[in-house]
Design a protein around this ligand. Structure first.
Ligand code: HEM
Length: 521
């Protein structure tokens, strides 16, 4: 039935003649078995979903209705996918027949035609321009930036430890990753860990607006008069203007730098003073409008900021609940790093730290749901679906499916052998999708993995983390990523200074009177 559906969708693209051929084919082959099947229909109500993170009730429905079902709210209907084979078809094997749908509509106001919401034609050109900017030499250089930002956070925590104050880790991680992504994408120092200013507040206002729109049931921002008089809308538009103007200024400054420099552009081009993605794009002669470039920078800023912050938040929450994992992690970090900053070589050696991040991303995928819309009829899991279906691929369900994981809710980094490959969507056959899959897979996967590994390693080396006494319960709420409802309040205490690893040296020893043996320490 799949080749038949391909043939039919190819016909339909041919206009009236194709439509005729399509109808003839349908009459000729008759209605196949798949055409007679109907997708299971879950009985949903807004009341069941409202009030809690919306992906939670979807898990119960998945257990009841299976890997694909339809959820209807009044006139709106969604297909919920929690099956790896169906996810693979949508994201990889038939990706050209799916767009970002609702997500693109909601994010348009802030990301325009940036890489995340872009439709196929724009996306193809921009992806080809942007991916080369994240080359190996760039990512290696970023390790230094991650170390510096994490060190800044350590200093802040050190002060809190001295003053006997608890630390709200979620907002600290959000600030740290904002500092990182600003430097990495357009060489801008937000310095948000130590400062508060208009631009930082504007970035957060824009982010909150985008998140509110993506979870809101009624699009108030589209109501003609309301959108002009609502104080929240006004604040969001002003904030967006400030961020856009700042980006335009940064583009202009960077253009002048590139015009003055004599460096020859090549594959692993990087300006040591300004290794940012923006600098690479301008130096590459990327032929793009300023608006498109700004959309891309904004997209990278948003994509790389709260995702990494959320991963760190949930990793530290999980570590506080699993002290045995924490002490194993600290042992690895002490022995690999001793008393110095991480380097790119350490990334291969911090194996358990990487497994902790892999496992944290399994339990708390960021974002928990991927959004698509079918651009053509297709067959998913044996069920025919029509063009124009809105689809949620629940990565949360895939990552916690009892069909694929033993003890799915258990935080167990040991499930990934240290000497095995790093888990990804290919070697886990689409049961594990921390960075998506197929052509729209995350461009920052390595960047983000190293960033979170460096930050985790540096923090656990210097401190112990416990939930603060009387801390509010840690519950989930959804935005673009999974947030806590009331923050992650932790008591951070200094560890005794980790031992400095002695250099490998040789020593001569006398054994049995006259025999000499060389030992390594
Ligand atoms: C796309 C996750 C960090 C840039 C994605 C997607 C996921 C994801 C799941 C696929 C979305 C979809 O298919 O609808 C994450 C996680 C991160 C992270 C969990 C942190 C741990 C970053 C960073 C950057 C970045 C640091 C930039 C430096 C992007 C871009 C896309 C994307 C541009 C869109 C790619 C395209 O459509 O071609 N990310 N991401 N991400 N990510 Fe990330």
């Amino acid at each position: 039935s799949v080749p038949q559906s391909r043939l039919r969708s190819a016909f339909r693209r041919l206009g009236p003649v194709g439509k005729f051929l399509d109808e003839m084919l349908e009459r000729w082959v008759g209605v196949g078995d798949a055409q007679r099947l109907k997708i299971p229909q879950a009985k949903g109500s807004i009341g069941a979903v409202g009030g809690q993170a919306f992906f939670i009730p979807l898990y119960e429905l998945f257990i009841t209705y299976g890997g694909i079902f339809r959820l209807t709210f009044g006139p709106k209907s969604f297909l919920i996918v929690s099956d790896p084979e169906i996810a693979k078809r949508i994201l990889r094997d038939n990706a050209q027949d799916y767009s970002k749908g609702i997500l693109a509509e909601i994010l348009e106001f802030v990301m325009g035609k940036g890489l995340i919401p872009a439709d196929y034609d724009v996306w193809k050109v921009r992806r080809k321009a942007i991916v080369p900017a994240l080359h190996q030499k760039y990512v290696a250089k970023m390790i230094g930036l991650f170390g510096k930002a994490s060190y800044g956070l350590c200093e802040k925590l050190d002060k809190a430890a001295s003053d006997g104050e608890d630390s709200e880790m979620e907002s600290l991680f959000s600030r740290m990753t904002l500092d990182v992504i600003g430097k990495a994408v357009f060489n801008y120092n937000f310095d948000s860990l130590t400062h508060d200013n208009g631009i930082i507040e504007a970035v957060y206002t824009v982010l909150r607006e985008a998140e509110m729109r993506s979870t809101s049931l009624i699009p108030t921002w589209e109501i003609p008069i309301w959108k002009d008089i609502s104080p929240r809308q006004k604040k969001a538009s002003q904030a967006l203007k400030l961020v856009n103007d700042t980006l335009d200024d940064l583009i202009a400054i960077c253009k002048r730098m590139v015009e003055q420099e004599e460096l020859q552009f090549h594959e692993e081009y990087m300006n040591e003073q300004d290794p940012s993605i923006l600098h690479f794009l301008l130096a590459s002669g990327d032929d793009v409008s300023s608006k498109q470039l700004r959309d891309d920078l904004m997209t990278l800023l948003i994509a790389g900021h709260e995702t990494s912050a959320a991963v760190l938040t949930w990793t530290f929450y999980l570590l506080s609940k699993n002290p045995h994992v924490m002490s194993k992690l600290q042992d690895e970090v002490d022995s690999v790093l001793g008393d110095r900053l991480p380097t790119i070589e350490d990334m291969k050696k911090l194996k358990y730290t990487t497994r902790v991040i892999n496992e944290s991303l399994r339990l708390y995928p960021q974002p928990p749901v991927l959004i698509r819309r079918s651009l053509d009829d297709d067959i998913l899991g044996g069920f025919p679906i029509k063009r124009g279906e809105d689809i949620f691929i629940s990565v949360w369900n895939l990552h916690r499916s009892p069909k694929h994981w033993t003890d799915p809710d258990c935080f167990n980094p040991e499930r990934w052998p240290l000497d095995g490959p790093n888990p990804n969507e290919i070697n886990q056959n689409f049961s594990y999708l921390p960075f998506g899959g197929g052509q729209r897979k995350c461009v920052g996967d390595m960047f983000a993995t190293f960033e979170t590994v460096v930050a985790t390693a540096m923090l656990v080396r210097r401190f112990n983390f416990q939930m603060a006494l009387g801390a509010p319960p840690v519950e989930m709420t959804t935005g673009a990523t999974i947030h806590t409802t009331e923050g992650l309040l932790m008591t951070v205490t200094r560890r005794p200074q980790p031992p400095i690893i002695p250099k490998l040296e040789t020593r001569t020893q006398i054994v049995n009177g006259d025999e000499t043996v060389t030992l390594q320490e």
